[in-house]
Every structure is written in structure tokens, then in C-alpha cells.
Ligand binder design. Structure first.
Ligand SMILES: Cc1cc2nc3c(=O)[nH]c(=O)nc-3n(C[C@H](O)[C@H](O)[C@H](O)COP(=O)(O)OP(=O)(O)OC[C@H]3O[C@@H](n4cnc5c(N)ncnc54)[C@H](O)[C@@H]3O)c2cc1C
Length: 393
């Protein structure tokens, strides 16, 4: 039997050659943060169904990852690829941690940065970049997820004010947010509003009994005659293209993030299989095990090459949102397949939180559903390939 030092799937495929020094340094800083602040505690947080989000947000702000790919207003202004690699490391810790950062930076901050007035940007972005203020993004409703065009939440003018009524569902960070970006139907089409926590008529009850993303806050947003001043409206977003462009930012982070979870599963499983003795030999030394590990390593490597390619396009300013669908679909679909296969290789040990694998597998069920389900991304890709939109059958 020959034994050589193992090489990780991403080193093996040569992904490092496509990453610049700045991104590498940022990635190392995020990895160190996750090792120090998250890995020792995450199984307990997950089991308890909580995340010390306020505390972590401050620390993530100090680390410079909140809104890190945005320019100005205290944001770091990094490359999109560096942001993607940060998402990879955060989600290697837990998808809930990456969700906190994605929603803060790519959904809430991006919406204000891209569509807000100068006053709104000055009021919220610097505080959000340091993690002093937390944001959430309310688009989904109980009856409208994949088809947000059907939303019922309504904003109507009342003198100079706006009156908002409706319910949003499955909103990450909802109960802990200082400001909610809420999308509502108006006579001029879908518009975005900034709703500060504590506004009369606004509440954000937490959704409990989740079996996925347990270390993440998920909430309803209830708007019952919420009165907002005229300047709560995001002036530069009219129509669904506004919120959809924010989703596209967050999806880009998931392209990398889901691979982080898969990488953590695979590395854990290879380590386990090398030390686990079965019929007097290491589990990793059996051909049947190696066939599985080889396929997973290959998919992880291919996924990373696609992610880095999309990152390079985004940094060059040429990324089309329909190309992000390729990455979101591929990364999450492969990551969940890897997590499930790894869980099986761990045997009974794989069902406990002593190993991160079942936690990642359960988390990825949410990641598969949010930011466009797999079917929605398949339909986007199908439309590109055929010219026919098949969303309505
Ligand atoms: C943990 C978590 C956090 C979330 N955070 C947020 C958040 O912060 N903000 C927010 O606005 N939303 C958030 N969401 C909501 C998420 O974006 C929606 O769940 C998602 O868009 C899917 O909507 P739905 O759950 O209503 O499923 P549905 O739209 O009801 O879909 C049900 C099934 O039908 C399939 N389907 C849909 N359309 C078609 C079609 N044309 N053809 C074939 N099949 C189809 C879907 O793929 C899916 O399998 C979150 C969800 C979760 C689970």
C-alpha cells in the first residue's frame, strides 16, 4: 500500500492561480475569524437555534466584510471575487453566518447604496458597514415566493406620507434588524421603502421550529397601517427590477458560499475516512470510497472554476444576471449532493453535530430554496438556451 500526503481538491485543480494577492489576504483574514469565533461555538448555536448576531455583526464590521464590495460610505470597496471568497470562508463556517453577511451587504446595504437618496445613504450605510445597525430585506410573502410580481403588500399615498399594509415571510435578520427594506405594490409599480424598527404598526415575529439555518434569524414582517414619511421611499427603484438586482448581488455570494460548505464537508470526510478503520483498513483506502471522494473533489473543483470565472466577469463589469443563475444552480446543487454523500461516508457519526456535515446538509436545503430555487434558475437558463420563457407553464 502506498501512502502520500493528501492534497485538497481546490489545490489539486489549481484554483489558487486564479486568485490575486489582495483576495488571498482577505480570505485568510476571514478564515482566521471563522476558526476563532465561529467553529468552536457553531454546533451549540445551531442546536440552540440561535446566533449572537449583534455581537458577530460588530466583529464582522471590524473585519470589513459588511458591504465589502460597495464603494464609499465606510465600505471596503473590494473586488467582487474577494467578496465571493469571503462568502466561501463564512459559509465553510455556517450558511447562517454567510446569510447574515449576504443580507446585510448584498440585499439591505446594496438596495440603499444603489437606489437610496444621499440622505438615506448617509444615515444608514456607515453604521451598517461597521455592524452597528443591521438590515433586512422583505420581498417574499406567504403566497408569493418564486413569483414576487404577485405581491399583495401595498403602499398608498396619504397626503405626503405613505401607508403600508401587508405581510412578508421568511425574512432573514427580520427580528433583529434596525431597518427593513420593504418592497410594496404602489400605483407606480413596485417601490422600496425603508422601515425603521419601532415604527408603529410594524412588527417582526421570529419564525421558529426550523430544521435548517438554525443559526440564523428568520422572521415574518407584519405591516399594519405603517405610516412612513415621503423620504422613506427609495427614490431610484421603480418596478421589480429593483429588488431583483439586489437578489442578483446576493446570489453571486452564494455561488462561492455554497462551495465553502461543500469544501468543509469534503475535508472533514476525507480526514474521517483516513482515520476510520473498517475491516482492518482505513475507509479512505477502499476503491468504493475513493470513487465517491474523487467525484466530489471534481465537482467542487469545477464549481470553483465556474465561480472564479463569474467573479472575473463581475470584476470586469460584464457579468449578466443570467450567468449568475448558472453558478447558483451548480454550486448549491453540487454542494447539497456532496454534503449528503459525505454524511453517508461518516456513517452513524455523520448524524451528530460533532461533525459539521449534517448541519451543512440541512442548511443547504434553505440555500437551495432561497435566492431563486433550482427550478427557477433552470427556467432562466432554459429561456436563454431556447428563447422561450416557460415560467408560466
Ligand atoms: C431560511 C430562509 C431565509 C430566507 N430569507 C429571505 C429574505 O431575507 N428575504 C426574502 O424576501 N425572502 C427570503 N426567503 C424566501 C425565499 O426567497 C423563498 O422561499 C423562495 O423564493 C421560494 O419561494 P417559496 O418558498 O414561496 O416557494 P414557491 O415559490 O411556492 O415554490 C415551491 C416550489 O415550486 C417550484 N416552482 C416555482 N415556480 C415554478 C415553475 N414556474 N415551474 C416549476 N416549478 C416551480 C419551486 O422551485 C419550489 O420547488 C428565505 C427563505 C428561507 C427558507
Amino acid at each position: 500500500m502506498t501512502l502520500t500526503d493528501p492534497v485538497s481538491a481546490l489545490t489539486y485543480i489549481g484554483a489558487e492561480a486564479l486568485i490575486d494577492d489582495e483576495s488571498r489576504e482577505l480570505r485568510a483574514a476571514v478564515r482566521d475569524f471563522v476558526d476563532r469565533r465561529v467553529r468552536p461555538h457553531i454546533a451549540g448555536w445551531y442546536e440552540d437555534g440561535r446566533l449572537p448576531a449583534r455581537e458577530l455583526a460588530r466583529e464582522l464590521g471590524e473585519l470589513g466584510v459588511l458591504g465589502m464590495h460597495l464603494e464609499g460610505y465606510g465600505c471596503a470597496g473590494t473586488s467582487a471575487t474577494a467578496y465571493g471568497l469571503a462568502c466561501f470562508e463564512l459559509e465553510a463556517g455556517d450558511s447562517g453566518l454567510r446569510s447574515l453577511v449576504s443580507v446585510q451587504g448584498s440585499l439591505a446595504m446594496y438596495a440603499i447604496w444603489r437606489f437610496g437618496s444621499e440622505e438615506q445613504k448617509q444615515q444608514w450605510l456607515p453604521r451598517m458597514a461597521v455592524g452597528e445597525a443591521i438590515g433586512c430585506f422583505g420581498l417574499t410573502e406567504p403566497d408569493f415566493g418564486s413569483d414576487p410580481a404577485g405581491m399583495r403588500t401595498r403602499a398608498r399615498r396619504d397626503g405626503d406620507d405613505w401607508l403600508l399594509n401587508g405581510v412578508k415571510m421568511w425574512i432573514t435578520n427580520g427580528s433583529i434588524a434596525d431597518v427593513a427594506v420593504v418592497w410594496a405594490r404602489t400605483d407606480e409599480g413596485v417601490r422600496g421603502f425603508l422601515v425603521p424598527a419601532g415604527t408603529p404598526g410594524f412588527s417582526a415575529p421570529e419564525i421558529t421550529r426550523k430544521q435548517s439555518l438554525r443559526a440564523s434569524v428568520t422572521s415574518e414582517l407584519v405591516l399594519d397601517d405603517v405610516r412612513l414619511p415621503a423620504d422613506a421611499l427609495l427614490p431610484d427603484a421603480v418596478g421589480l427590477s429593483g429588488p431583483l438586482s439586489c437578489l442578483n448581488e446576493a446570489r453571486f455570494g452564494i455561488v462561492f458560499g455554497a462551495l465553502g460548505a461543500a469544501h468543509d464537508c469534503l475535508e472533514t470526510t476525507i480526514g474521517y475516512a483516513r482515520s476510520r478503520q473498517i475491516f482492518d483498513r482505513p475507509l479512505a483506502a477502499y476503491q468504493a470510497t475513493q470513487l465517491k471522494l474523487a467525484d466530489m473533489g471534481l465537482e467542487l473543483g469545477k464549481g470553483m472554476l465556474l465561480a472564479l470565472h463569474l467573479g472575473a466577469l463581475k470584476d470586469a463589469g460584464t457579468l449578466d444576471h443570467r450567468q449568475v443563475s448558472l453558478g447558483k444552480l451548480n454550486s448549491v446543487r453540487e454542494a447539497i449532493a456532496i454534503a449528503r454523500e459525505c454524511r453517508a461516508i461518516l456513517g452513524a457519526a455523520g448524524i451528530t453535530l460533532d461533525y459539521p456535515v449534517i448541519r451543512h446538509a440541512a442548511n443547504l436545503e434553505s440555500v437551495l430554496t432561497y435566492e431563486g430555487t433550482s427550478e427557477v434558475h433552470q427556467l432562466i437558463i432554459g429561456q436563454v438556451l431556447t428563447g422561450h420563457a416557460a415560467f408560466r407553464g
